[in-house]
Write a protein that binds this ligand. Structure first.
Ligand code: EPZ
Length: 425
C-alpha cells in the first residue's frame, strides 16, 4: 500500500500548472458513446478515474488511445456486445467509479434496451440516482431494478418538462445526453449550473444538439436523430477543484505561488472566502497569484450547489481554518457524510467539533505531523495540505484515493518546494 511521507513547515513557492477537469472529462468521454464519429479530446488529465472511464467506454464499443501528453483520441465506434438484446454496463466496471452511471443516458439515446449496474454509495454518502431515474421515466424510459441493475427499456422518447427536486450534477448530465437524440424540446428546471455542465453542453453542441441556458438553472435541449457527421474536437476546461486545492495549499503553508491555466471565474466563492480570511489573491487572465501576508482570520462557509461554495473544497478549506485566528463554522449541505477528515485533522492537533451538518473549527497555534488515513479523494487532499503545514513528519496512507483526482500531485507539490515522497509500505 502506498503512502506519502511529508515533512511539514515549508512555504510553497513557485508555479503550478492546472490540469484538465476530471469532472468535465468524465461525462464528455462518456458522451462520446453518442456518436460514431471520431472524437479528439485535449487537456485530458491522466487520472485513475479517467483510465476507468476508458475501460468502460472500450467495453461499450469504443477504441481509445492517448495521442500525446494529455490528449485522448476516442475513435472506431463498434457496436457494443449485447446480452439477450440488452447493452450492459457491468457492475465490475461501474463499481470502480460511481460517475459511470452516466453511461445509461448516453446508451439509451442509441439503444432501446440497456442494463446499467446501480452504482454503490461511497464514503461521503449513499449517492442515490432517483433524480436520474425520474427524469428518464418522464422522457419515455421504463425501468425496474433487477439484481443490482437498473433494467431500462426505452419506449418512444418524447419531449418533457423536467423539474429536478435537487440540482444534481450527474442527473443534469445524464438528461442532457439522453435528450441529445430526441428531436423535440426537453426542458430542465432546477438544473445544475456547474462549469462542467457548460463544458458538456459545448461538446454536445458540436454534435449538432441545440442547447440553451447551460450554466443556468433552466436548460432547453432540442436533440437530433442524426448528428453532424464529422470528427469532433474538444478541449476540456481546467480543473477548478485542483486549482482551489493549490490556492489553499499556498495559504496553509504561508507561501506565495502562481497558479497557471485557471478560470478564476469558476472559483469566485472560494476566492471571496480566501480574500476575507486575509490571503492575497490577484487574477490576471488565466493566472492566479496567491500570497500569504498575515495570520488568517476564521471564516464561516456553507457548501451548496454552484455558484456557491463547492462541497469538493470543503475539506481543504477546513484544513486551512485549523490554524486561523478564531472559530470557523463549516456547514456541509450537499453530502450527508463529508466530515471524515475531521477525526484525522484532530489527530494532527486541530480542535474541531462536529454537530450534525456543522463542524466548528477552533483555530489552534499549529498542527503537529502524525500518521493519518485517507477516506476519500477530497479528505485526502485536506490531510496532505495539513501535513504540508504541520510541524514535523506526517505519514498519509490510502493515497490511492488521491490518484483518482489529482494529476502528478506529489510532483507538482515538490515543484513548489514541498518535501513529499511516495513510498510503498
Ligand atoms: C458530482 O457528483 C461530482 N462528481 C462530485 O465530485 C461533486 O461533489 C458533486 O457533483 C456535487 O458538486 C463528478 O462530477 C464525477 P450530485 P454527483 O448528483 O453528480 C444527491 C469529487 O470529489 N442526489 O449533484 O454524484 C446526492 O446524494 C466528486 O470530484 C440524490 O439524492 O453529485 C448528493 O447528496 C465527489 N439523488 C447531492 O444530491 C440523485 O438522483 C449532490 O449529488 C442524485 C443526487
Amino acid at each position: 500500500m502506498e503512502k506519502y511521507i511529508i515533512e511539514g513547515g515549508i512555504k510553497l513557492k513557485g508555479k503550478v500548472e492546472i490540469s484538465g477537469s476530471k469532472n468535465s472529462a468524465l461525462p464528455i468521454m462518456i458522451a462520446s458513446l453518442l456518436t460514431e464519429n471520431k472524437v479528439v479530446l485535449y487537456n485530458v488529465p491522466k487520472l485513475k478515474d479517467i483510465f476507468t472511464t476508458i475501460d468502460i467506454i472500450e467495453f461499450l464499443g469504443k477504441k481509445v488511445y492517448w495521442k500525446d501528453k494529455s490528449t485522448v483520441v476516442i475513435i472506431q465506434h463498434r457496436k457494443p456486445h449485447k446480452e439477450k438484446g440488452f447493452v450492459v454496463a457491468p457492475y465490475e466496471l461501474i463499481k470502480k467509479m460511481r460517475a459511470s452511471f452516466l453511461v445509461s443516458g448516453a446508451l439509451l439515446a442509441n439503444y432501446k434496451k440497456v442494463k446499467a449496474a446501480l452504482p454503490g454509495g461511497c464514503a461521503i454518502g449513499v449517492r442515490p440516482v432517483d433524480i436520474h431515474i425520474k427524469a428518464f421515466e418522464q422522457l419515455g424510459v421504463d425501468h425496474n431494478i433487477k439484481g443490482g441493475y437498473e433494467v431500462f427499456v426505452r419506449k418512444n422518447l418524447s419531449s418533457a418538462v423536467i423539474k429536478f427536486s435537487y440540482p444534481s450534477v450527474g442527473a443534469t448530465e445524464n438528461v442532457l445526453m439522453l435528450a441529445s437524440k430526441i428531436p423535440q424540446e426537453v426542458v430542465i428546471f432546477n438544473a445544475a449550473m456547474e462549469p462542467e455542465i457548460v463544458d458538456l453542453a459545448e461538446f454536445l453542441k458540436k454534435l449538432g444538439v441545440k442547447i440553451e441556458g447551460e450554466g443556468s438553472s433552466f436548460i432547453k435541449v432540442v436533440g437530433c436523430k442524426n448528428f453532424i457527421s464529422c470528427d469532433v474536437e474538444h478541449t476540456i476546461i481546467p480543473d477548478r477543484i485542483e486549482a482551489g486545492t493549490y490556492a489553499i495549499a499556498c495559504g496553509i503553508t504561508k507561501g506565495e505561488i502562481e497558479i497557471c491555466n485557471v478560470v478564476a471565474e469558476n472559483l469566485k466563492a472560494l476566492i471571496n472566502k480566501l480574500r476575507s480570511s486575509g490571503l492575497i489573491i490577484e487574477i490576471e487572465d488565466k493566472k492566479m497569484y496567491v500570497s500569504y501576508k498575515e495570520k488568517l482570520k476564521a471564516q464561516n462557509i456553507i457548501t451548496r450547489p454552484y455558484p456557491y461554495f463547492p462541497t469538493d473544497l470543503q475539506a481543504q478549506f477546513m484544513a486551512l481554518m485549523c490554524t486561523a485566528k478564531g472559530a470557523s463554522v463549516i456547514k456541509e449541505t450537499v453530502f450527508e457524510n463529508r466530515f471524515l477528515h475531521v477525526a484525522e485533522l484532530n489527530r494532527m492537533g486541530a480542535n474541531i467539533f462536529v454537530d450534525g451538518k456543522k463542524a466548528i473549527v477552533y483555530g489552534v497555534e499549529k498542527l503537529i505531523g502524525a500518521e493519518v488515513v485517507v477516506s476519500d479523494l477530497r479528505a485526502g487532499a485536506a490531510l496532505v495540505l495539513a501535513g504540508l503545514a504541520a510541524e514535523g513528519i506526517s505519514k498519509v496512507s490510502h493515497i490511492y484515493h488521491l490518484d483518482r483526482g489529482y494529476e502528478n500531485f506529489e510532483q507538482k507539490l515538490k515543484f513548489l518546494g514541498a518535501k513529499i515522497k511516495r513510498i510503498e509500505e
